[in-house]
Design a protein around this ligand. Structure first.
Ligand code: HEM
Length: 157
């Protein structure tokens, strides 16, 4: 009698085990891993530095905005600081392990009377740099989506 009870119990346990361990195929689909940060998808420090250098070259080659950077370009120390702050800002804003330590966008552009047209020229110089490095449209749009809202702090004062 005891033996019967034991084997009935063991059988029930085995069925329960099978029922829980044999999942349907669709239940076994692995959880998708989270999308890497934009910083990572752009290629991290090295790629962002290379794009920024190209971006600055494009800005300096654009006659509609080159003059805005004449004083910056004429002073190597000032130019280097500007370049490093721009790289830091782009790395931080895209989710990289950095803190941007420069001025906020309102203070950095105060008294420059930057126009919407100048802002658009600078964005075009950035897009050209991103194209030169074959950055896909999705990442370009994501970056522009981060920088676009800065326009109100940068333009018109
Ligand atoms: C999304 C657009 C822009 C971003 C992200 C940006 C970013 C920056 C950053 C990070 C700095 C350095 C701030 C610091 O020194 O603490 C800076 C400075 C400056 N920006 Fe912009 N900027 C933008 C648009 C513009 C535009 C449209 C112009 C003019 C056409 C402009 C002209 C300047 C100038 C002249 C400086 C001072 C550089 C120096 O220190 O000599 N910026 N900007």
């Amino acid at each position: 009698m005891r033996k019967v009870t034991f084997s009935v119990l063991a059988g029930t346990f085995a069925i329960a085990l099978l029922a829980t361990s044999c999942k349907k195929e669709d239940e076994m689909t692995p959880t998708p891993s989270p999308t890497p940060s934009l910083y990572t998808r752009l290629g991290g420090d090295g790629a962002i530095t290379a794009v920024t250098d190209q971006f600055i070259q494009n800005v300096l080659a654009d006659p509609t905005i080159a003059d805005n950077f004449a004083a910056t370009g004429a002073d190597p120390y000032r130019f280097q600081l500007f370049r490093e702050r721009l790289i830091d800002q782009l790395c931080a804003a895209t989710g990289g392990p950095y803190t941007y330590k420069g001025a906020n966008m309102y203070d950095a552009h105060h008294n420059m009377n930057i126009t919407d047209a100048e802002f658009n020229s600078l964005v075009a110089a950035l897009v050209a740099a991103l194209d030169q490095f074959n950055v896909p449209d999705a990442e370009q749009n994501e970056l522009l989506g981060i920088l676009g809202p800065m326009q109100t702090d940068i333009v018109g004062h």
